[in-house]
Design a protein around this ligand. Structure first.
Ligand SMILES: NC(=O)c1ccc[n+]([C@@H]2O[C@H](COP(=O)([O-])OP(=O)(O)OC[C@H]3O[C@@H](n4cnc5c(N)ncnc54)[C@H](O)[C@@H]3O)[C@@H](O)[C@H]2O)c1
Length: 312
């Protein structure tokens, strides 16, 4: 089986490439414009093609030459505030990108495509834990492009028989996460604590998120490449973790107490967020494994190591 991973040099992509690299009978090609990804995230032995998913001519050439069986599409503009500031650019990368990839899948006979969607498609819905059939009402343009992409996948299945899977990730964290993308609170805390600074929490710290480890996201992604039909699946822990609980996990990881300041909550922030994962367990036979304390510990240690490497 030959799999194309777009956005393979990014944060989640790097975890997926590590995992696929271990599998027998799987050849992987990464495609990334390195706008936020890094070449060093691509393991030795995996071919990296540097290019933009908006470049249809290049994609045609790559698909014609490589003959992929499956595609996992991770390449995206991932910053929610950026999408609100620059909706045109967000639309250009996220919608033209998926459309080019889908057209290439159709033209070159690719059997399966998996799309990385987000909890952002649900918007501020308090009917938690959120199931996949909830009404979608995104509150950002990023959420709008993810939701629209999902419809493209549904129609490419209905009209052209492509096997299409939408995975909606909760708040992903783990090694190699940049501080800019969505769900970056863990990497922001790593950065502040590694610099010996305190942490400012917006609100009383009782707001919750569903923090899922990137290695678990990779495991779920890898299980989608043989799915048939059109599937929409949340990938989450189904556990609500408050920011105050996350701070306790950090206290253990860092091995000391640190200063925490509470500031007024930010307007528009969602108070509680958690996704149901019954579908993930049933359709992918997989439930995210990583305990938060161990995941935070690994992420923090990896951040410290990366800082040391930069210092040389
Ligand atoms: N991190 C999260 O919490 C989270 C949650 C839900 C969904 N997602 C989705 O998962 C996917 C991966 O996200 P991530 O957190 O690894 O982000 P990331 O920014 O680390 O990875 C995105 C990758 O895509 C590449 N890229 C961006 N624009 C491109 C373009 N035009 N052409 C080719 N490559 C391009 C970047 O260089 C980067 O390597 C994204 O689609 C994101 O929207 C992430």
């Amino acid at each position: 089986m030959k799999i194309l991973v777009t956005g393979g040099a990014g944060f989640i992509g790097s975890h997926l490439l590590d995992l696929l690299n271990e599998e027998n009978n799987v050849e992987v090609v990464a495609f990334d414009n390195l706008s936020s990804g890094r070449e060093s995230h691509v393991p030795m032995g995996i071919k990296l093609i540097v290019g933009d998913v908006r470049d249809r001519e290049l994609l045609d050439k790559v698909f014609a030459e490589e003959g992929f069986t499956a595609v996992i599409h991770l390449a995206a503009q991932t910053m929610v505030p950026y999408s609100i500031e620059y909706p045109d650019e967000d639309c250009d990368i996220n919608l033209l990108g998926i459309l080019n990839i889908l057209e290439c899948c159709r033209k070159y006979g690719v059997k399966n495509i998996t799309f990385s969607s987000s909890a952002a498609v649900y918007g501020d819905n308090t009917n938690i834990p959120l199931k996949e059939d909830e009404k979608l009402l995104p509150t950002s343009f990023y959420g709008v492009t993810k939701m629209t992409s999902e419809h493209y996948l549904r129609l490419y299945h209905d009209l052209y028989g492509l096997n299409t899977t939408v995975l909606r990730f909760a708040n992903v964290y783990g090694e190699r996460q940049g501080a800019g993308g969505e769900g970056g609170v863990v990497s922001i805390f790593c950065k502040l604590l590694a610099a010996g600074k305190g942490i400012t929490v917006f609100g009383n710290g009782e707001q919750t998120r569903d923090f899922v480890y990137a290695g678990d996201i990779a495991a779920a992604l890898a299980r989608t490449v043989n799915l048939t039909g059109y599937n929409t699946i949340n990938v989450s822990t189904r556990k609500e973790t408050s920011v105050n609980q996350l701070l306790l996990a950090f206290e253990k990881a860092v091995g000391r107490k640190f200063e925490v300041t509470y500031a007024p909550a930010r307007e528009g922030d969602i108070f509680r967020s958690v996704l149901d994962n019954t579908n993930c367990i049933e359709k992918l036979d997989y439930c995210p494994q990583m305990e938060l304390i161990e995941g935070v510990e690994r992420t923090y240690q990896d951040y410290l190591k990366a800082c040391e490497e930069v210092k040389g």
